[in-house]
Design a binder for this molecule. Structure first.
Ligand SMILES: NC(=O)c1ccc[n+]([C@@H]2O[C@H](COP(=O)([O-])OP(=O)(O)OC[C@H]3O[C@@H](n4cnc5c(N)ncnc54)[C@H](O)[C@@H]3O)[C@@H](O)[C@H]2O)c1
Length: 388
């Protein structure tokens, strides 16, 4: 039985608790911690977790207590992801940290070092890998049936009202760490890295803020990533997109495949123009392959929690490791630097770059606006975590 603590019992902790409760034979919640302990108490009541769940107002007193904990879900705002995760790992506990892993590459390194030093397991939330459409697209891309990826288009389209950035930690480079490029496209950039199985070597980007004059950070960015073989990926990160039409389209050498699912495969005539009806044989083959991939047993956070618990139970690595979390932060950092400096940035980003360092992005970021309001807590707890 794996004893779990959750630090940060706000909106996203609901999905963690719901996921954990799916596996009562494998794990149980023994502690909840929040700087507003009444929010932790409310979760105990909401989910009927039982009176023996301990509540703490700070993670250090939780770690010093005699409550036996094996793993911690870190569900706080991004600026404390690294410090809380490292404290937990130094106390010998395994950590599953919400996205984004941290707001700087240096903090990612520190977290990876803590994982190694303490012989524990660090996992990073990227729950959309556990969605059938994403998972099947990955399997299909890896099969090679569609050929090499030449152009990837990533649509990280979200919509958030103006007041979204009024929450005390949001909309600031210091506490949220960035706008949708970091906090929303993190999901799609993780998918892209996972599907591509490689990192880009260059990034160019435009950052702007067109709808949220209460936030320091961007609310829209467009980036172009280039890979060593000359292929490219376009990444759109937005919180201004009505309808939140999200997805990934891969134009591969032999076919276009995408999530939401679509398939096209052209074949040329003697004059180089495409033949009507396309490459019927390949289309049939790919459709068959795709249809035969079994659905995932658990999707979203529940799927990732299942995978992480399995890693602890079997002494294996979880699907989404700290290294994966860092690779995603590296691409995001490159997009920010390209946008701030208005030039093409090479990856990997060197440790000597000021942007690699803790606070490096915060200290050098463009402030699109200044934060005007600071709401302690919203009453409404219902959130959406994307379509894909
Ligand atoms: N995976 C996803 O799809 C998804 C969706 C939404 C949010 N998130 C991530 O989850 C994290 C939290 O977001 P949220 O929307 O739940 O925010 P939230 O503000 O609703 O919840 C965060 C909670 O952390 C508490 N907290 C803050 N500092 C703390 C500290 N030092 N120690 C203990 N508790 C502390 C706050 O009081 C709050 O209750 C963020 O990193 C966010 O990016 C992920």
């Amino acid at each position: 039985m794996i004893n779990i603590a959750i630090v940060g019992t706000g909106s996203i902790s609901n999905l963690h608790i719901q996921g954990i409760l799916e596996f009562p034979d494998r794990c149980k919640i023994v502690a909840l911690c929040d700087i507003y302990p009444e929010k932790a108490e409310a979760m105990i009541e909401k989910y009927n977790l039982g009176s023996d769940v301990a509540v703490f107002a700070d993670h250090k007193s939780m770690l010093e207590s005699d409550v036996k904990i094996d793993m911690v879900h870190v569900c706080t705002p991004p600026y404390v992801h690294s410090s809380i995760s490292i404290d937990c790992m130094d106390a010998g506990l395994n950590v599953l940290v919400e996205k984004p892993m941290a707001a700087s590459l240096e903090e990612c390194d520190e977290m990876l070092e803590a994982e190694k030093r303490n012989g524990v397991t660090l996992g990073v939330i990227a729950q959309n890998r556990f969605r059938n459409g994403v998972y099947k697209l990955k399997k299909l891309a890896a099969s090679g049936l569609a050929g090499k990826v030449c152009l990837a288009r990533v649509d990280s389209n979200w919509w958030r009202a103006h007041c979204y950035y009024d929450l005390w930690w949001r909309g600031t480079w210091e506490k949220e760490g960035g706008g949708p490029t970091l906090n929303h496209a993190v999901h799609h950039i993780d998918m892209l890295n996972w599907i591509e199985e490689r990192s880009p070597i260059e990034a160019t980007a435009v950052l702007t803020n067109v709808m949220h004059d209460n936030a320091e950070v961007e609310d829209l960015s467009l980036a172009c990533l280039k890979y060593e073989d000359g292929s490219v990926a376009e990444v759109l990160a937005s919180v201004i997109s009505h309808g939140e039409e999200q997805g990934i389209t891969l134009q591969c050498a032999d076919a276009k495949i995408s999530m939401p699912w679509d398939l096209k495969a052209e074949i040329g005539m003697e004059n180089g123009f495409y033949k009507d009806g396309g490459n019927k044989e390949l289309i049939e083959k790919i459709n068959k392959f795709y249809d035969e991939i079994p659905d995932l047993k658990y999707e979203g956070h529940t799927g990732e929690i299942d995978n992480y618990l399995t890693a602890l139970e079997t002494g294996t690595r979880p699907l989404i490791t700290g290294e994966d979390g860092k690779r995603t932060i590296e691409v995001i950092t490159a997009i920010y630097v390209a946008g701030f400096e208005k030039k093409t940035i090479s990856l990997p980003i060197g440790k000597d770059s000021k942007y690699y360092k803790k606070g490096g992005i915060k200290d050098n970021a463009i402030h699109f606006y200044e934060k005007k309001a600071s709401v302690e807590n919203f009453t409404e707890q219902k959130i959406s975590v994307g379509k894909y």
